[in-house]
Write a protein that binds this ligand. Structure first.
Ligand SMILES: Nc1nc2c([nH]c(=O)n2[C@H]2C[C@H](O)[C@@H](COP(=O)(O)OP(=O)(O)OP(=O)(O)O)O2)c(=O)[nH]1
Length: 132
């Protein structure tokens, strides 16, 4: 059986209803696919705390974490990714791509034009359905 990796992703929204989308680099697993910035939950860590830590490392800014959006398991050939996504906002600093190929603010209605990591699709669908 595949190992399960627990991951948390930040749906960062700005005042213009745009979502911060991050492009995985060619050297990462799932290369050249868009994702929500975030990362693996360490043992004993609260998912919300993981997100604040990962966003500080990856984007160099501080976020506040609000409600959960989606909580799903997606089976990839290399593992099962258990992905939890949260609605968040930047409360200090300006996001910069420190680890990703690039980051972009994308209007909600254009999210489905990007090629997403497959585990992210249920979150995208929820965002488009419920208009957070
Ligand atoms: N951070 C993040 N990871 C995602 C998303 N969707 C998705 O399938 N993943 C996968 C990619 C990775 O396999 C794993 C997250 O690990 P990570 O963010 O630490 O990724 P990484 O490339 O730095 O690590 P690795 O897998 O190369 O060891 O979850 C997402 O929206 N955000």
């Amino acid at each position: 059986m595949s190992k399960i990796i627990h991951v948390v992703g930040a749906v960062i929204e700005n005042e213009k209803n745009e979502i911060l989308c991050a492009l995985r680099s060619p050297t990462m697993s799932l290369p050249n696919l868009w994702e929500f910035p975030g990362g693996k939950i360490e043992t004993g860590e609260k998912p919300e705390d993981t997100l604040v830590r990962e966003i500080q490392e990856e984007l160099g800014c501080v976020i506040e974490v609000y409600e959960k959006i989606e909580d799903i398991n997606h089976e990839y050939p290399f593992a099962i990714i258990h992905l939890i996504t949260f609605k968040t906002k930047v409360v200090d600093g300006i996001p910069q791509a420190k680890e990703h190929a690039k980051i972009e603010w994308v209007p909600l209605e254009k999210l489905s034009l990007l090629e997403w990591a497959p585990a992210d699709v249920p979150t995208i669908n929820k965002l488009l359905g419920i208009q957070i």
